[in-house]
Unconditional design. Structure first.
Lengths: 354, 213
């Protein structure tokens, strides 16, 4: 992974919030036929609470080099010609209320294994920002370590590999849940105060190529791109109404949920993979239909937004030989009425689709 | 994709006992709440409001409407307290007006319903609809028993969240509708990923209004 707050990270950039100061006139440059403009009066307020809240710093090892930012991007390079770009953006809802972004992402790129994670803190949970950052970082770190260690003992396509990966994912989430429960106790809070969703993808180098394993707890989506098509992997955990999720980390069902949803996909023909929080899933719903649009916009730059989308600054191509963090920041700054949640997207891609 | 809304239903008792200053206080309180909600960008973007009144029968005076387009109609008090008709109409309108999640469409946020009444129901059907509404878990309802005759035990059979306001003076109604606007604003500002089936977090009730445990 290239931790966005790690000064040693290869390429990391930040952007200022694209929202104008309160009361400033809006001048959208690209509109997707919006008939319902977003309302005015939004403000950008600095978060007032301490990021870690009552959690003892000793319980969050990453805090020593972590500096909260409303928006940030990170990039990395995997094996062969795989590239990674990820970005997260504090939603207007949080900016207006003066609260922290609650989404997080993390990735780690090993020699034969790479792990990617996106988490979204539950809006009703007081310290979900801590839960999501902790869960994303620990997930990629724990799974990368465990899979790297076990990889040589698995033969290609073996049953023991599938079982081993399920066990590793389940154990990892189990340990994260246990640690969050301890953190909650130390902070005189409840485990539910740290609730977050979890999307995780494991990329494995194999004798014949590579394969992917994905798992999902909660909402958000994972999508894949081939040379001539795009599809959604898995489904969102959702109830009757918007935003309703049945299971989060660190709920007791989360480890089994993560292990049981672990699914294998062959990497042949794959040129792109996206993990995104519901801040992207909801405005682009149905994702099954629009995941191809997302890849196209990120690869080609924005020429024609979808209906009801407004962009102040048109993003150029993001998924290029040198990933464009500035354009990803612009892409994440779209406006759409009623869609004001945090937005996080992580893309693994080949710059050349052929 | 269609706009996702936070549906807000105001269900007002307009029976004869509300005649006079009480009904006028309700109307002015609703207008003040609307004005306050219009000052919050989150609320303006997501809230849609409907007004249902009931006495001998129930009427949806305003269907679910974008808060920015909402104009409060005039209405009068008179007649009896047909609570069953109000609950039946509420269920019917929510079934029609509120979108649920589907593979093709993201649903609305879970509706907020504010029901207020100052007396016991005069119909016999209300327990059936109360039971239906509770079983469907299709909204977060806050019910107010107003005045000395307001029956909180009836409202407890409809929803867990019941408030009692003994005084029915203008200031009390003003405070109640401020609570309504704050609740809608707070919910609008916190729409996002939440545990399914969980309730909402309400602001503390104002002085003179208590929560029935």
């Amino acid at each position: 992974m290239s931790p966005p707050d790690d000064p040693k990270a290869p390429v990391t950039s930040t952007d200022k919030p694209a929202d104008p100061p309160a009361g400033a006139p809006t001048a959208p440059v690209l509109k997707g036929g919006s008939v319902r403009p977003t309302s005015t009066g939004w403000q950008i307020k600095e978060p007032t609470e301490d990021w870690a809240g009552p959690v003892p710093p000793s319980k969050l090892p990453f805090l020593s080099d972590f500096h909260y930012q409303d928006n940030y991007q990170a990039v990395g390079s995997g094996w062969a010609d795989w590239k990674v770009i990820a970005g997260t953006r504090r939603g207007r809802m949080h900016a207006n209320a003066g609260t922290h972004r609650e989404d997080a992402f993390a990735f780690e790129l090993g020699k034969d294994v790479a792990v990617f994670a996106v988490c979204d803190g539950a809006g009703s949970s007081k310290y979900s920002r801590v839960g999501s950052e902790f869960t994303a970082r620990r997930t990629v770190s724990d799974i990368l370590g465990a899979v790297t260690k076990a990889l040589s003992s698995w033969s290609a396509g073996s049953v023991e590999k599938a079982a081993g990966l399920k066990r590793i994912v389940g154990d990892s989430v189990q340990q994260i849940c246990a640690d969050l429960q301890t953190i909650a106790a130390d902070a005189h809070a409840e485990p539910r105060d740290f609730r977050c969703t979890l999307l995780v993808v494991i990329q494995l180098k194999t004798m014949s190529g590579e394969e992917f394993w994905y798992s999902q707890v909660g909402d958000g989506f994972i999508g894949a791109e081939t040379v001539d098509a795009a599809e959604r992997w898995g489904t969102s955990d959702s109830g009757d109404f918007s935003g309703e999720v049945g299971c989060f980390v660190p709920d007791s069902e989360a480890p089994a949920n993560a292990a049981n949803t672990l699914t294998q996909k062959d990497g042949a023909g794959l040129v792109g993979l996206v993990l995104a929080s519901d801040g992207i899933e909801d405005p682009f719903f149905p994702v099954k239909k629009n995941v191809g649009v997302i890849f196209r916009q990120l690869r080609e730059g924005l020429n024609q937004p979808l209906e009801d989308f407004v962009y102040r600054d048109a993003p150029g191509p993001v998924l290029t030989e040198t990933p464009s963090t500035a354009d990803l920041a612009k892409w994440l700054a779209f406006e759409k009425r009623g869609e004001n949640d945090d937005r996080t997207i992580l893309v693994l891609y080949r710059a050349k689709k052929s | 994709m269609a706009l996702r809304s936070l549906p807000v239903y105001l269900v007002a008792d307009c029976s004869g006992s509300m005649a006079g200053s009480a009904i006028e206080s309700v109307k002015s309180g609703m207008r003040a709440a609307h004005a306050e909600m219009m000052g919050d960008p989150s609320t303006v973007e997501v809230a849609f409001i409907s007004l249902i009144t009931f006495n001998d029968s129930a009427t949806q005076l305003i269907p679910l409407t974008d808060i920015a387009q909402f104009n409060f109609p005039d209405f009068q008090a008179g007649g009896r307290t047909n609570l069953g008709a109000a609950l039946k109409l509420l269920i019917e309108r929510m079934d029609i007006e509120v979108a649920k999640n589907s593979p093709e469409q993201k649903g609305d946020w879970k509706p907020l319903v504010f029901l207020f009444t100052d007396g016991a129901p005069t119909d016999t059907d209300w327990p059936k609809y109360a039971s239906d509404l509770k079983a469907k878990r299709s909204c977060n309802m806050i019910a107010l028993a107003a005045g000395e005759a307001g029956d909180s035990s009836v409202l407890k059979q409809i929803t867990e969240t019941v408030l009692v306001m003994k005084d029915m003076g203008p200031d009390s109604f003003k405070a109640f509708f401020k609570f309504v606007s704050q609740s809608v604003k707070q919910t609008s500002q916190k729409v996002g990923t939440t545990p399914g089936g969980s309730g909402i977090t309400l602001p503390p009730p104002p002085p003179g209004i208590t929560i029935v445990p």
